[in-house]
Design a protein around this ligand. Sequence first.
Ligand SMILES: C[S@@+](CC[C@H](N)C(=O)[O-])C[C@H]1O[C@@H](n2cnc3c(N)ncnc32)[C@H](O)[C@@H]1O
Length: 186
Amino acid sequence: MLKSLILDGLDEIRDRILVGQSLSGVYDNDYLSYGANPVQSSSYQMIRKAFELSSGFGCVVDVGCGMGRFLFQMERLGYKGQLIGVEIDPTYAAFCELKARRYKNITILNIDALSYSIDKDAMVYMYNPFKENLARAFIDKLEAKRIFYTNAVLESCFVPKYKVTQRLNIPLNDGTPVPCLVLDKA
Ligand SMILES: C[S@@+](CC[C@H](N)C(=O)[O-])C[C@H]1O[C@@H](n2cnc3c(N)ncnc32)[C@H](O)[C@@H]1O
């Protein structure tokens, strides 16, 4: 309980530095019945690992960018490539778009990720954006070289098309470790 309160407080400070307000919490969107998961920000530890894994990639796509914590923190860590956030919900896409105006290398697309053709040389970041029906359809058409999949609850949708090259346990915002996978094109 105390640990969780301290972690919340730290995230709040980091979020305020990033965008001037908290990006914590879990929020419904209008696409839950379609198969979308609610909006919730990645933990800062997940983003730190994504930053390490992005070395050598000129573009990172956040599939379901929510409130944008991933994109803005990648920028703050010094990622120099192109950052693309794809978000189905117009309210959250508009929020990210507003906050991204000061960054030349961040682009927000308010579209369904299933209708977006991701460059094969990009690294894809997914913080458990959708349910199995959407995950299977998305992976079926994906050609990107690498996926970093955090809170990886649907591993079977990714294999055998992608090969698990690293298995990690990284804490969520509340400190609970969850499985995360680095998946490279088989
Ligand atoms: C768990 S949140 C992740 C937020 C963000 N990636 C982060 O790490 O801070 C998942 C997000 O995926 C979005 N989403 C779900 N299905 C989607 C789809 N088909 N296309 C684009 N975005 C989608 C949701 O609206 C939600 O904002």
